[in-house]
Design a protein around this ligand. Structure first.
Ligand code: BGC
Length: 722
């Protein structure tokens, strides 16, 4: 793969000089407008149009390519001619634009554990965004998906800090290749950890916990050169993050050395006044937000007056304003927006064949095989009659998920799928042209239908199953159950889906269940009814094509779960790296284990792990060690294994999780061959965060675990010496 150039290029001395000259010339009003990002939602049309003509806005959001002309014209004819940055929620492809490539959701792509793939997705997305005339993607989400009730789990890379850090840095390297677009790490900080899984609520974590679990991904992307950050709506310990000097100025900018700019989330300056009751008016809100370290206000037009007044009153020293404007102009300089050198790929790259090919690979790698009693792969020659049943079998909306042209900026019930879109049903029909395939949805997920219609659907599906040799049952959730403000109090499958699974399995032994969902749901019933079970999350436009190829064995599975599955909603949180239980288990009415663990994923290949070897069984706290394991593909099928390395401190002065992932690798292993995998680990990875916020590695014994499924381990013991 071509080596990417994510680290923003150094700004030339001439451009640095130009930035200072601009700051010297700018009036307060010009500076404050540079710090304001607007969408057409923010103001009545007439007022908004006046702003566009005046051309002083630092940035606009949710403008799509064909509309950028008048915005650019306004800026070009303004006194200083500073061009705006166009920001867009291109979070799994430039998917708000109809016709652009819709990749699998972030959670789906995380199943690949494939940094190279994720970087390529970032690059392809950046090309499509830049070709469309835009400059800035509000991606990636670096929140940790630990509370499955939260409506935005689909947008995360899953539950593990290391996976989120590595995939987050990878996608940013892709986005920022050769300055194609600026990435935006969001939502800073701990947004997914809101109490009760309630979007945007307060977070009950300490700074020590933040440093242990939530800050590392953000630090990793500062190191990868991420140009912008977005603050979270929520608060930590009663302080909204967007007014937290501690988290924004002291930690992000001073300690981590972040030199890009920080944008708030949607109308967050206004929320300080109207929703969070923190500031008495916009002037106070501007003072709190800017002094804390926000550089740009998203969609609070009142920020213009508030910030101007706060500066005039002397509440915000001009150096803070200049610092914010300088950070914004420097990002613009890196994109080539300040000196007319902005480069844009040709529009033909949007939805191009090369991206379709990449998307297919992404869809394949994002499917996880959870169960298989041997029924898979299906044998084309012996297949007989196939019944494709279930509400998500032919629902392209549920398959592509949130943040696409059909869901944003506002829901579009009339949207048509992209031409390339393939559902599980159409994928199977295309892959099995000579096989008889019947289709029955069986039930609905959330739609209102009459009892008679509901019974009719159920009976038609049962009849189809009774008559079939194999049932492919496609269940899940839909758009109404994923996204902002769509938190769930119950993760059981909605509607009559569990009943459908039970009744289908009563009449047909060969049920292959495919879950098309935004996030993990409670799958106990479904597991009991299935001969094989696949978890696909939102696989993007080609999700159905990938499922068909995998079911038929034309392709092999390699995906692993980046997130755990609970027994019931009440057993949350279920992430794997919690503290040990010791008081006779956790619940009197539920198992203490998960239904499925982080790391699980079967394949048509079979791998045998050899013993774990260490380069040395004793090292010093500042040393490095190597962990080596031989993995043999004992099957007749070439395959890819995601090898996971975990550790646990065996005696520690603080509680430590049962296991923590410290490295992973995707390894191709041809049939019958053995590959040796070596992880080189600095001993500092074995540390914990102390009350003084240092990373401490205590001398003593550590257990190392190597695994291919997060449940079965080969282990070795390492001693860290005094
Ligand atoms: C979301 C952000 C998004 C922004 C702009 C907010 O409501 O929290 O993730 O980037 O809107 O669309």
């Amino acid at each position: 793969m071509k080596k990417s150039n994510a680290k923003p290029a150094k700004i030339s001395p001439e451009l640095e000089k130009k930035i200072e000259e601009l700051i010297g010339k700018m009036t307060l009003n010009e500076k404050v407008n540079q710090m304001l990002q607007l969408s057409y939602h923010a103001l009545p049309a007439e007022e908004f149009n006046k702003k566009v003509e005046a051309g002083l806005q630092g940035s606009y959001l949710h403008v799509l390519g064909p509309e950028t002309g008048r915005y650019n014209d306004g800026a070009a004819s303004s006194r200083l001619g500073i061009m705006p940055m166009f920001g867009i929620d291109a979070v799994h492809g430039h998917a708000l634009l109809h016709g652009a490539t819709v990749f699998p959701s972030q959670l789906a792509m995380a199943c690949s554990f494939d940094e190279e793939l994720v970087e390529k997705i970032g690059l392809a997305t950046a090309k499509e965004v830049a070709a469309d005339g835009l400059d800035w993607v509000f991606s990636p989400v670096l929140c940790i998906g630990r509370d499955l009730r939260w409506g935005r789990v689909d947008e995360t890379f899953g539950e593990d800090t290391l996976v989120v850090s590595r995939l987050g840095a990878a996608i940013i390297r892709g986005y920022q290749t050769d300055g194609l677009v600026a990435a935006c790490a969001k939502h800073y900080l701990a947004y997914g950890e809101a109490t009760g899984g309630r979007d945007a609520y307060d977070t009950e974590i300490t700074e020590r916990k933040a440093r242990e679990s939530f800050l590392p991904p953000f630090r990793a992307v500062v190191d990868a050169g991420c140009m912008t950050f977005m603050t979270a709506y929520g608060s930590i310990d009663g302080i909204p993050v967007m007014i937290s000097r501690r988290y924004l100025r002291e930690i992000l900018k001073d300690e981590f050395g972040f030199d890009g700019f920080v944008v708030t989330d949607w109308a967050n300056f206004q929320a300080l006044v109207k929703r969070q009751y923190i500031a008495k008016d916009e002037t106070e809100a501007a003072k709190l937000g800017v002094l804390a370290g926000n550089d740009m206000s998203m969609n609070t037009p009142e920020f213009e007056r508030g910030c101007t007044e706060a500066v005039e009153r002397g509440d915000i020293p001009m150096e803070f304003i200049d610092d914010a404007v300088r950070r914004i102009l420097r990002v613009k300089a890196r994109l080539g927006l300040l000196d007319g050198t902005r480069k844009r790929p040709d529009r033909s790259v949007i939805g191009c064949a090369e991206h379709e090919k990449l998307n297919y690979r992404a869809a394949l790698e994002s499917c996880v095989l959870l169960e298989n009693n041997g029924i898979l792969p299906l044998d084309r020659k012996k297949l007989g009659k196939v019944a494709v049943i279930g509400p998500n079998a032919d629902d392209w909306r549920a398959q592509i998920g949130d943040w696409t042209f059909l869901s944003h900026p506002s829901p579009n019930p009339d949207a048509e799928p992209n031409d390339v879109n393939v559902t599980v049903l159409s994928g199977l029909r295309a892959a099995l042209p000579d096989t008889e395939i019947v289709y029955e949805p069986g039930c609905v997920i959330e739609k209102e239908i009459s009892d008679e219609e509901s019974d009719r659907m159920m009976h038609a599906a049962i009849a189809a199953a009774r008559d079939a040799d194999v049932v492919v049952l496609v269940l899940g959730d839909d758009l109404a159950e994923n996204g902002e403000t769509k938190d769930r109090s119950d993760l059981t499958l909605y509607g009559r889906q569990n009943e459908l699974a039970r009744r289908i399995s009563a009449v047909c032994q060969n049920v292959v269940t495919v879950m098309v969902t935004g996030k993990p749901l409670v799958l106990g019933e479904v597991k009991k009814c299935s001969a094989a079970l696949l978890q696909c999350f939102n696989g993007g436009d080609l999700g159905g094509k990938a499922v068909a190829a995998l079911l038929l064995g034309d392709e092999n599975f390699s995906g692993k779960l980046p997130i755990s599955f609970p027994y019931s909603t009440g057993t949350l949180p279920c992430y794997y790296n919690q503290y040990d239980y010791w008081h006779d288990g956790r619940y009197m009415d539920a198992p203490t284990t998960n239904l499925y663990y982080f790391g699980r994923g079967l394949s048509y290949s079979e791998f045998e792990y050899g013993d774990v070897k260490l380069s040395s069984d004793k090292i010093s706290a500042d040393g490095e060690f190597a962990v080596t394991v031989d993995i043999k593909n004992v099957s007749e099928r070439d395959g890819v294994e995601v090898v996971q390395l975990y550790f646990r401190d065996l005696v520690c002065s603080r509680l430590t999780p049962v296991r923590t992932l410290i490295d992973f690798a995707r390894v191709e292993i041809p049939a019958g061959e053995t590959k040796t995998v070596t992880f080189r680990v600095p001993a500092s990875s074995l540390g914990f965060v102390s009350e003084k916020y240092d990373n401490v590695v205590e001398p003593g014994d550590f257990r190392l675990f190597v695994s291919g499924d997060g449940e079965h381990f080969k282990t070795a013991t390492l001693t860290v010496t005094e």
